[in-house]
Design a protein around this ligand. Structure first.
Ligand code: ATR
Length: 277
């Protein structure tokens, strides 16, 4: 029997997820398909019925339905519940359970490429407080860093992330101006907003002029792979981490939830890199 996987979202016709999951299926020696279920909001319910009819084994959910999928699920993983968004569903004998693999996928992507940043005295700054930031913040505080601060254009929204913190970590909420002024104290900066994404490739959330050398700057935007923020970071001698790694590792974790198989992602990352250039 072929494994039936897929993706719901809009627009998704240029999604790289089918390519990634077909690589995983091939490496795992599992016969299967990963189909795109592109749907307008008006047709979301119909599309969900179609997934039930097709008896899919698992699927991903992307923008703009990561919250809208939740009422259709039978069960929620506790992280997904806290984060308030689901990007992965597994079909367990007809019961749908929702997970969020974005935050842990992100952390795994950094651990693979920059393990040295995972130290107790590391001070982290997250830029942004949207859906992506929620998952990343929750996963980062569980890594027991000294500090995980959050800066956002709307500081009220950043304050809402504090409810996700269950582990003893220092978190300060900052404006972008405050973050720019104090930038030298951070060892690891994570950009989680859509600022800098195609077609607005010249935009950048904050200036990095006060950054310390050897700081790791990570941007979750992967179109383009080299954002203006990462270019500036490299110009100041910082280390950089590009956004396609998160795309790959959140998929790796989703695939593991569906199949129990953890597929080595390093060489797939290289191929993904050349597809995005
Ligand atoms: P996602 O689910 O992709 O994270 P989101 O929940 O809409 O998307 O969150 C978008 C994030 O990008 C927020 O932090 C948002 O800032 P606000 O909370 O102030 O809205 C940030 N963002 C989007 N456009 C921005 C811009 N032009 N300048 C600064 N921040 C921006």
């Amino acid at each position: 029997m072929r494994l039936k996987l897929g993706l719901i979202g809009f627009p998704i016709n240029h999604s790289l997820s089918p390519w990634i999951h077909h690589q995983f299926l091939r490496k795992a020696g599992i016969a299967g398909d990963y189909r795109l279920y592109e749907t307008s909001e008006a047709n979301l319910e119909k599309t969900i019925l179609k997934l039930k009819e097709d008896n899919v084994n698992g699927f991903n959910i992307t923008v703009p339905y990561k919250q809208k999928i939740m009422p259709f699920l039978d069960e929620l993983d506790s992280d997904a519940e806290k984060i308030g968004a689901v990007n992965t569903v597994v079909n367990d004998k007809g019961k749908w359970k929702g997970y969020n693999t974005d935050g842990f996928g992100y952390v795994q992507s950094v651990k693979t490429a920059h393990p040295d940043v995972f130290k107790e005295n590391t001070k982290v700054l997250i830029l942004g407080a949207g859906g992506a930031a929620r998952g990343i913040y929750r996963a980062l505080v569980q890594e027991k860093f000294h500090t995980v601060d959050i800066a956002n254009r709307t500081t009220n929204k950043a304050t809402q992330l504090l409810e996700l913190k269950e582990v003893q970590t220092n978190t300060n909420v900052l404006s972008f101006e405050e973050a720019e002024q104090q930038l030298m104290k951070y060892n690891f900066i994570v950009q989680t907003t859509s600022v800098g994404m195609k077609p607005n490739i010249d935009e950048q959330v904050i200036s990095l002029r006060n950054i310390s050398p050897n700081t790791l700057v990570s941007d979750i935007v992967y179109q383009p792979l080299m954002t203006t923020l990462l270019k500036e970071a490299a110009d100041f001698g910082a280390l950089i981490h590009q956004g396609h790694a998160m795309l790959l590792y959140q998929a790796q974790l989703a695939f593991e939830i569906w199949t129990g198989e953890q597929i080595a992602a390093k060489d797939i990352l290289k191929q993904l890199d050349s597809r995005l250039r």
